[in-house]
Design a protein around this ligand. Sequence first.
Ligand code: ARG
Length: 660
Amino acid sequence: MGDPVAGYTLRLQRQESEIQSLSEEIEILRNQQALGSSSQLDELREENAKLKYRINVLKRSLQEDPAECSKTMMNINQRLQEIFCESINSAYPELVNPPLSVTPNQQAKFGDYQCNSAMAMAQMMKAKGLKVNPREIAEKIVQNIPENEMIQKTEIAGPGFINVHLKKSFVSKLLTNLLVNGVQPPPLEKKQKVIVDFSSPNIAKEMHVGHLRSTIIGESMCRLFEFLGYSVLRLNHVGDWGTQFGMLIAHLQDMFPDYLTSSPPIGDLQSFYKESKKRFDSEEDFKKRAYQCVVKLQSKEPDFIKAWNLICDVSRKEFQKVYNCLDISLVERGESYYQNMMTEVVKEFEDKGFVQLDEGRKIVFAPGFSVPLTIVKSDGGYTYDTSDLAALRQRLFDEKANIIIYVTDSGQASHFYVVFACAQMIGWYDPKVTRVEHAGFGVVLGEDKKKFKTRSGDTVRLMDLLEEGLKRSMDKLKEKERDKVLTAEELVRAQRAVAFGCIKYADLSHNRINDYVFSFDKMLDDRGNTAAYLLYAFTRIRSIARLASIDEATLRKAAETTEVLLDHEKEWKLGKCILRFPEILQKILDDLLLHPLCDYLYELATTFTEFYDNCYCVEKDRQTGEVVKVNMWRMLLCDATAAVMAKGFDILGINPVERM
Ligand code: ARG
């Protein structure tokens, strides 16, 4: 077998030299005392670590047994890459790391996939003083394509593109496999553990739209990993430690002196927070007491721990309401969990000689980063940096995670980059082996493109937002007179599916890196790339079999005995679209960007509509409406479409309903 790692290796080599020269440039700048931001370097470093990691994964997947894969969905794009890699290597054995590029073809008339390696190879040879026409290279590649089960024919086009047409029998066989075995992920050769740190609101403060984004995106990543066979730990790194608890506890003692025996009825923790802050800023005695409370809390005096727990519980209950709506459950492991470990972390950095003193603070610089971490404040307290170092160490060494992902707004990116760099510097992990990544996202904007706020300019309470979603979704259902056809129970189920599905989908269908405009009108529109549209499309597909009175058992039986014909152009298009699912998942696994999955589901739904408009699935008698003929292979295409859509919804955390 050839070496599909080649393309990545090439990119990696280029990047490493780029990093090298950028580092040198930065070194020069530093010497000139004119150090600016090095975000370009940060980005390259991130990308570089990903590439190294990806190469290792590819190398391992090459050792997999193909027989093992027969029950699972095949990644056609990857398989084609392997085939082309082999032909390139036998056509040009002397080329080291030849570039490999196979992509799906946007325009069907040019074939299904395209290999673009010839042009880049010509460039590579030119650099060595060999002048070869890329078309000639393409021809030679084509001549060397090994025996395979999937390619019908190839054509060379333009300067040297190789267009690939897939075999119908091959596509049909894969569809049957999907129908018989279900939507199965490619095999994982070794159980891997993933930790996703997401949601993570702060105690006694409002959970805001940024946390909503983190919650939605993080959950969807977890679902993807779970589907692919990873074991997943969802961690809620709540902000539950810090000096603000001193004033909260002092205020609690004054307001509810018997808090130890009966639970204080704090209804609104935010106002409670504001009141105590006000006292902290204006009453000298109170301030002093607040500081004493912090000390007592940190030395774990039981009454103070109890007070702290009571306050955390109030917040927890509020957060839980949001999680219940979104059907999400995380393991809470807040900053406080890492208290004792922080002392050890500081000691380890000191022992290894990485700590510098700066006006009473203990700071640590990572190579290539101009901003240090502060691991001990001048008053001796720990910081957000310290707790993140301790958390990372615990996740690497105790949890033994293979992949660790942090989902927060992009504003925290540099914090995480420095934390990761320090962890590597001290030898906690090797980015070639362990994937540690920050998945950042942009801010939420209102329809006026300004920061998302209520009319009066306050931050929007998440529960208010979710409730408004429910109300609007019910209005929409009533507008369509769905309340007249659905039972009361079905109506409520549809209301929740639409409301929360739309909120999640609107977030996930945009590139998370960008800012995103929150608009109920847009997300609830049932035309265009929205959850409302997809949910309707899905129920329609599901109803086709029901209306033809074909039950599950009949469909299952048919899957085993009926060949999926792909003679009609629209059947062919739909069949291929269904089978692209695994390559979409592979892509989002690499980039941790979920919007390509949304784009794909939308494309699948519209491709299905084209098929359904052109191909009769069930033929009925015009007069009586009686079913006269069922085109079973087309029912199977409907079924396969629905199965992939259902899996896609599942990964996005969207809950489809049978009727709406
Ligand atoms: N509590 C933080 C915030 O609200 C997010 C924590 C993210 N996770 C972490 N390990 N730092 O911004």
